[in-house]
Write a protein of this length. Structure first.
Length: 364
């Protein structure tokens, strides 16, 4: 990106330079971290727009009885008598009046796909438009009320009840969308869509800065650091920078497929959680103890047991998957897998050579 003497900005694309509009320049500066959208001022906003119930709760968390405006200014949520974007999102009675994109829509569909027209299959729909702490609370309560529980006869002969999805996985996905979405991206809002076989959370805007689909479990970056810090203080962001990794762990521990992150059109981030309840019931009815004796399981160390559980749950396990699961290097994970895949080990190696990129391990 280059700026001319008359303040026009050009971006080099292939073999030519393209002039950028003001909106495109701002979007590029936000993406590069040269400007922070959450610190921009909201014109025509004032202290009168504040939801004092939420602000009073925040003051109680901070342990202060200072005047409202002083608290907002000291935390950089207000300047010159106006709210910043972060201040409005966190504390305004209805931020969507100032930013129509600041909404969360929750939908429940009957079936596994969205129908339209006469076959419209939306069974419940609600739009949340308040300050973020209230939006999170409201969406949490609604989603919780719509999730199902399933009963099945376990290997011990007793009925067991399991949730459709582990709570941490879907709630962390919701909180991440609210906390880290690109609020400068106008014309769209966060959507939570519940189908019979899956739950989808769509957050407008591409992944921030250096974060990619490949490194998002290990790369730490916050597009909206003030919002993130404040939601930590409210208690909604429970595992800062570790949430995505734990979503994978929670789904695996519940014998569900791994979460799937995608970027549809490069303009949104989508998290898909599959309930896969039929396969889950079958897997639960065939317990790991049916494959290996209690004594054999007890002989495995922590990492070896994690590897066996992943192979049993998913049908196979790779060194990379195990490394992500246990939080160690791929080399360490590879050594663990090799150690339990010998002639008498519980796992069996599959591959054409030791450096085969497609090699994996399965239950013997």
């Amino acid at each position: 990106m280059s700026r001319t003497s008359d303040d026009e900005v050009f971006l080099r694309q292939n073999d030519r330079s393209v002039r950028l509009s003001r909106e495109q320049v701002l979007a590029l500066e936000y993406d590069k971290g040269q400007r922070v959208f959450e610190d921009e001022l909201i014109e025509d906003s004032s202290l009168e727009d504040v939801d004092h119930e939420v602000l009073d709760r925040y003051k109680e968390i901070l342990g202060t009885d200072a005047p409202d405006e002083q608290v907002l200014r000291s935390r950089r949520f207000m300047r010159d008598g106006r709210l910043t974007v972060a201040g409005a999102l966190l504390f305004a009675q209805d931020p969507s009046v100032m930013m129509p994109q600041a909404r969360v829509r929750v939908l429940r569909y009957d079936g596994v796909k969205m129908e339209t027209g006469e076959r419209l299959n939306i069974t419940k729909e609600r739009l949340f438009c308040g300050p973020l702490p209230k939006v999170i609370q409201g969406a949490y309560e609604l989603i919780s009320s719509m999730l199902r529980e399933f009963q099945f006869l376990g290997p011990d002969g007793k009925f067991q009840t399991v949730p459709e999805y582990p709570e941490f996985a879907w709630f962390e996905g919701l909180v991440n969308a609210v906390t880290h979405r690109d609020y400068s991206f106008r014309g769209d809002y966060i959507r939570v869509s519940m189908f019979d076989d899956r739950l989808e959370i769509v957050s407008p805007g591409a992944l921030p800065n250096i974060v990619t689909l490949d490194n998002m479990r290990t790369t730490r970056y916050s597009r909206n650091p003030r919002i993130a810090r404040t939601l930590v203080e409210f208690g909604w962001v429970r595992e800062l920078n570790e949430g995505v990794k734990r979503i994978y762990t929670e789904m695996q521990d519940s014998l569900l497929n791994d979460p799937v992150y995608t970027e549809p059109g490069g303009t949104r981030v989508q998290l898909t959680l599959e309930n896969n309840i039929v396969a889950r019931t079958v897997r639960r009815s065939e317990a790991l103890e049916d494959k290996l004796s209690a004594e054999r399981l007890a002989s495995l160390d922590e990492y070896e047991l994690a590897a066996v559980r992943l192979a049993f749950t998913n049908g196979k396990v790779t060194a990379r998957e195990l490394a992500d699961h246990i939080g160690r290097t791929r080399r360490t994970a590879g050594n663990v897998l090799k150690g339990i895949s010998g002639p008498s080990g519980p796992l069996e190696w599959h591959g054409s050579a030791v450096n085969d990129p497609g090699q994996y391990y399965s239950m013997r």
